[in-house]
Design a protein around this ligand. Structure first.
Ligand code: ATP
Ligand code: MG
Length: 577
C-alpha cells in the first residue's frame, strides 16, 4: 500500500499559481514564492504560509531542530506575548524604540510581542537552575517573533512577524561559554550546508546587544540588505560594519610647523581640495555630531568631532553602533550659536580636541600623520597639522564607509564588497543579562557564581527566502531536495491514460518512501501544468505524456534540465535508489 500522506494530488491541493509578479515585489524570492502559491501577503510584512510553503518551512525547521538536538540543546517554547518589566530591567523596552510591538491588556498593564528573548530565558534559567551542577545548559525554541521593521519589503525576507530559531547558552566560566559558542557555530555550519545554502561566516559588530565575540552567517545574494567584505587572498571576511583598519603610527618628526592658509569660501572638502590643488585624501574632515544619552531625554547632548580623511565618508550607522545606546545626530546651526570657537566649515582639532569636543578619529589619522584641516577661523585652513603633535585623538574608531580595494586588515590585499542576506547570528553575550537579572548559581565552593550567556539566532522563514534567492532560475523556484515540498512532481499531460499512469507512478514512488506531488488537475492544459511544475521547483519532474500508452515516462532534472525517457519500472527504480 502506498503511503497516502506521501502522495499529494494537486486536484485536491489548495493552490493557485499566478502568471504575474505581485505589483510591489522587487526581489526574486518575493515574486516567486507568491507566484508559486507558497505564501500570501496578509498585511505589510505579515505572511500566510500556504500548504506547499508550510512544507518547506517545516523542512527547514526540522533540519534546524535535528542539529540543535545533536549538540545537546533542549527545545522549549516560551511565550511570544511578554510583560514589560523584564525588558525594563534590561533597558530594552526603551532601547528598541519603534521596533517593538507594544500593547496593553484589559487592566492597562504593558506587554510586548517578543522580538528576541534574552530576558525571558535568563529568568527561566534563574528559576530552574540553582547550582553549578545544573550548568552548562543550552535551550532553544522555534518561534514567531515580532519586530515593527521600518521597511518590511522583500516578502518573507524581512517580515514584521517571522519565524526564528533562537537559542541561549548558560555557563559558569568563560571557557564554558567559548565551548557553547563553538558548538553552535559548528551546528550552524551543518544546518546551512544541509539546507543547501551558499554561506560565509563573517565577524560582526555586537551592536545594541552588547557583548564581545559575534559572528554572522551570510548568504551571498543580490537581494541582501547586508554588505560584507571578502579578501580574495586570505580567509578574512567581515560585515562591512565590522571591518577594522590596521594603521601603525608613523614618524612625524620631519613635518614643518603648522602653517595657516588663506582659503576663502572653502567650507567643503571639494572646494578646499580644488582651491589648494591637493587630493581630498590630504585633508582632514571633522564631522561634528551631537551625542545624547537616551536616559537623559531632553538633555543638551555632548558635541563630538569625528576626524576622517577628506575622501572618506563617515558611516553614521556604524558611529551610532559604537556609541549606543546614546543617540547620535548631526549638529545643526543652533549648536554653533553658543560656541564661537566652532567655525562652521573651518573646524580643526588643533587646540580644540579634548577641550571643546571629544575627538574620535579614523585609524588612518594615525599619530605622526600630517593634514590640511580647518584653522578654526572663517575662510582659513592650516597645513602640517600633525596627529599626536598638534592634537590628540581621544579614541580611534572604525567608522568610515568601507570601499572596494581597501586593504585587508589581515594581509593587506584589496578587499571585495558583496551583498548578502543575514541568515544567522551568534553572540558571546557574556554577563550583561546575567548582571541585569542577578543570574547566579551556587559554585563549587558554596559561593554564588554569576552565569555567562550566549545567544544564537537563525532566521527560519528568512532562510526559505534566502534559498529561493540563491537557487531560482528564470522559470521559477528550484529547491534543494532536503527542503523541497516534494521529491518528485509527476505531471499527467491530460488524457485519461496519462492521468492513470501518472497516479500509478506516484503511488509506486510514494510506496518507495518518496514524497510525491501528482498534477492530476482535470481541465488544465499540459502547457500550464509544465509551466507550473517549473515554477514550483520540485527537484525531479516526471511527465506521463506522449508515450504513456507504452508505459514510458519522461524524467527531468529541474535544475540541470536533463531529460530522459524511461519505462515506469526504470523510472521508479532510478528515483527511489
Ligand atoms: P537584520 O540586521 O537583518 O535586521 P538582526 O541582526 O536585527 O537582523 P538578529 O537579532 O540577529 O537580527 O536575529 C537573528 C536572525 O533572525 C537574523 O540573523 C535573521 O536571520 C533573522 N531575522 C531578523 N530580523 C528578521 C526579520 N525582520 N524577518 C525575518 N527574519 C529576521
Ligand atoms: Mg543580527
Amino acid at each position: 500500500m502506498a503511503n497516502a500522506a506521501q502522495v499529494q494530488r494537486m486536484s485536491r491541493l489548495m493552490i493557485k499559481t499566478l502568471r504575474e509578479d505581485p505589483a510591489d515585489a522587487e526581489t526574486a524570492s518575493h515574486k516567486l514564492l507568491v507566484r508559486a502559491g507558497y505564501v500570501r501577503r496578509s498585511s505589510a510584512g505579515i505572511w500566510t504560509w500556504l500548504p506547499l510553503g508550510k512544507k518547506v518551512l517545516e523542512n527547514v525547521s526540522r533540519i534546524v531542530r535535528e542539529e540543535m538536538d545533536a549538540i545537546g540543546a533542549q527545545e522549549v517554547l516560551l511565550p511570544a506575548l511578554l510583560p514589560k518589566e523584564p525588558y525594563e530591567v534590561s533597558n530594552r523596552w526603551e532601547e528598541y524604540g519603534d521596533l517593538l510591538f507594544r500593547l496593553k491588556d484589559r487592566k492597562g498593564a504593558d506587554y510586548l510581542l517578543g522580538p528576541t528573548h534574552e530576558e525571558i530565558f535568563a529568568l527561566t534559567v534563574k528559576d530552574q537552575c540553582t547550582s553549578y551542577k545544573d550548568l552548562p545548559v543550552m535551550l532553544y525554541q522555534i518561534q514567531t517573533k515580532y519586530r515593527d521593521e521600518a521597511r518590511p519589503r522583500s516578502g518573507v525576507l524581512r517580515g514584521r512577524e517571522f519565524q526564528m530559531k533562537d537559542s541561549y547558552s548558560f555557563d559558569v566560566t568563560d571557557e564554558g561559554l567559548a565551548e557553547s559558542y563553538a558548538l553552535h557555530r559548528a551546528a550552524y555550519e551543518k544546518i546551512f550546508a544541509r539546507l543547501g545554502l551558499d554561506f560565509r561566516i563573517v565577524s560582526a559588530v555586537s551592536g545594541a546587544m552588547g557583548g564581545s565575540a559575534s559572528e554572522e552567517f551570510l548568504a551571498p545574494a543580490a537581494a541582501g540588505e547586508d554588505t560584507f567584505v571578502d579578501c580574495p587572498a586570505c580567509d578574512y571576511a567581515a560585515n562591512t560594519e565590522a571591518v577594522t583598519v590596521k594603521v601603525e603610527p608613523v614618524d612625524g618628526s620631519g613635518h614643518g610647523p603648522v602653517e595657516e592658509l588663506d582659503t576663502p569660501d572653502t567650507p567643503t572638502i571639494e572646494k578646499l581640495a580644488e582651491h589648494l590643488g591637493v587630493p581630498a585624501s590630504a585633508t582632514l574632515k571633522n564631522l561634528l555630531v551631537k551625542v545624547t544619552e537616551t536616559s537623559a531625554a531632553g538633555a543638551a547632548g555632548e558635541i563630538v568631532a569625528v576626524g576622517v580623511p577628506g575622501d572618506r565618508e563617515v558611516d553614521l550607522g556604524k558611529l551610532g553602533e559604537h556609541l549606543a545606546p546614546a543617540v547620535v545626530e548631526l549638529v545643526t546651526a543652533e549648536d554653533f550659536v553658543e560656541r564661537p570657537e566652532l567655525v562652521r566649515g573651518y573646524v580643526g582639532p588643533q587646540g580644540l580636541a579634548g577641550k571643546s569636543f571629544r575627538y574620535l578619529a579614523d585609524p588612518r589619522v594615525a599619530s605622526g600623520t600630517a593634514w590640511i584641516t580647518g584653522a578654526n577661523k572663517e575662510g582659513k585652513h592650516a597645513r602640517n597639522v600633525v596627529a599626536g603633535r598638534d592634537f590628540e585623538v581621544d579614541e580611534y574608531l572604525d567608522v568610515v564607509v568601507v570601499e572596494p580595494g581597501d586593504p585587508c586588515p589581515k594581509c593587506g590585499t584589496g578587499l571585495r564588497i558583496d551583498r548578502a542576506i543575514e541568515i544567522g547570528h551568534i553572540f558571546q553575550l557574556g554577563r550583561k543579562y546575567a548582571d541585569a537579572f542577578e543570574l547566579d548559581v551556587l559554585g563549587q565552593n558554596g559561593k554564588p557564581v554569576r552565569v555567562t550567556m550566549g545567544s544564537y539566532g537563525i532566521g527560519v522563514s528568512r532562510a526559505v527566502a534566502a534559498l529561493a534567492e540563491q537557487t531560482h532560475d528564470e522559470a521559477g523556484l528550484c529547491w534543494p531536495r532536503e527542503v523541497a515540498p516534494a521529491d518528485v512532481h509527476v505531471v499527467a499531460a491530460g488524457k485519461a491514460k496519462q492521468t492513470e499512469l501518472a497516479l500509478s507512478v506516484g503511488e509506486q514512488l510514494g510506496a518507495a518512501g518518496l514524497r510525491v506531488l501528482v498534477d492530476d488537475r482535470p481541465g488544465v492544459s499540459p502547457g500550464v501544468k509544465f509551466t507550473d511544475a517549473e515554477l514550483l521547483g520540485v527537484p525531479t519532474i516526471v511527465v506521463a505524456g506522449r508515450r504513456a500508452g507504452e508505459g514510458v515516462v519522461e524524467v527531468k532534472d529541474r535544475r540541470t534540465g536533463e531529460r530522459e525517457e524511461l519505462t515506469v519500472e526504470e523510472a521508479v527504480a532510478r528515483l527511489s535508489a
